[in-house]
Design a binder for this molecule. Structure first.
Ligand code: 5AD
Ligand code: FES
Length: 347
């Protein structure tokens, strides 16, 4: 198995049965070995730098009903909020002063944010902070809509594919959401010129190693600029309330394998990883991740952006999150980099 990992490092390619073998054989030794090689690769491209992104969770209204997600339309207990343009700009101001040069606007699929409304917000951010990158994470929209957002100045787009296996996709989503449409959205985003992020949850209900092998094959084919992966964590008001959480070790193993598959990828150590283990994000960095996304949302709405239970950082001010993250990163020998942190191919 170690030879397979070495070959992955050299060629950034494995066949499906080889991925499956690596996933099925997961143990401490392999995980450590994959992390060691992943750090080597990461150091050769990014040194010890960790990029920071300021996350602004600007609406928890959502028209969709994904079975795993706490802000699904069908959750009557979710207390809904949406930030005004002024509130969003005020988050950016705080973020700018704290050294953030990327703002990630993330929200549910909220029909209030039409192209007109969202483009205006993006334009205003880019006007006030021309040196910053704007990343959007607002779900599935039409190609024309993506084009309008790009033309308004958005630089990057995060849209996790969630799973590359059709049957698995259908078991996580209601019928009106299809893998086919998700893939078309991702393709459109790439063609328009965004730096694009896809990704998936580790340990979501019905996920098998075969599903994950298909995810990895998809990553190789799609060549995203960013990959967001984190453990699944149940939310008490969803159909998956009683399902077990994803596994932290497996998530770390996958971070390392993804670093070897896509050597230059921007790979965040996610909040979900930090939620399941106190030092999850630090361990993520040591496994090959090179991005963290501290929260810039106003503290009074943080609790409400609840995709899963026990999410961390809901009580902390932006500055606290920023410096907490810096301490954590330095504690494992890495350093925060205050720049836009574009993908190497787009610098
Ligand atoms: N646990 C972990 N991650 C989740 N997401 C949504 N719900 C959960 C959950 N219960 C992830 C999805 C989505 C991203 C914004 O958050 O992958 O794409
Ligand atoms: Fe909002 Fe899935 S519940 S996109």
């Amino acid at each position: 198995m170690k030879q397979l990992i070495e070959r992955l490092q050299k060629t950034s390619h494995l066949e499906k049965d080889e991925w499956l073998a690596l996933l099925n054989a997961e143990n401490d030794e392999l995980r450590q070995y994959a992390a060691e090689l992943a750090r080597e690769v990461r150091h050769s491209h990014y040194g010890k730098k960790v990029y920071i992104r300021g996350l602004i969770e600007f609406t928890n209204y959502c028209k969709n009903n994904c079975l795993y997600c706490g802000i699904r339309a069908g959750n009557p207990n979710a207390e809904r909020y949406r930030l005004t343009k002024e509130q969003i700009l005020s988050c950016c101001k705080t973020g700018w002063e704290l050294g953030f040069r990327t703002f990630v606007l993330q929200g549910g699929e909220d029909p209030h944010f039409t192209d007109e409304v969202l483009c205006d917000i993006v334009q205003q951010i880019k006007k006030e902070y021309p040196e910053c990158a704007v990343t959007l994470s607002v779900g599935e929209r039409s190609r024309d809509s993506y084009q309008a957002l790009f033309d308004a100045g958005a630089d990057r787009y995060l849209l996790r594919h969630e799973t590359a296996n059709k049957a698995h996709y259908q078991s996580l989503h209601p019928e009106n959401l299809t893998l086919e449409n998700r893939m078309e959205c991702l393709q459109n985003l790439k063609e328009i010129g965004f730096q694009v992020g896809c990704g998936f949850m580790v340990g979501s209900p019905n996920q098998t190693n075969e599903c994950i092998a298909e995810d990895l094959l998809f990553l190789e084919k799609f060549q995203p600029h960013m990959v967001g992966i984190g453990p699944f964590i149940p939310h008490h008001d969803t159909p998956f309330a009683k399902e077990p959480s994803g596994n932290v070790e497996k998530t770390l193993y996958l971070l390392s394998l993804i670093r070897l598959l896509l050597p230059k990828v921007l790979l965040p150590a996610t909040t979900a990883l930090g939620t399941l283990r106190h030092d999850g994000r630090e361990q993520g960095i040591l496994a090959g991740a090179n991005v963290v996304m501290p929260n810039l949302s106003p503290t009074d709405v943080r609790e409400q952006y609840s995709l899963y239970d026990n999410k961390i950082c809901t009580g902390d001010e932006a500055a606290e999150c920023r410096y907490c993250m810096q301490r954590r990163i330095e504690s494992v020998g890495y350093e925060i980099e205050e720049s836009r942190g574009d993908h190497i191919s787009k610098q």
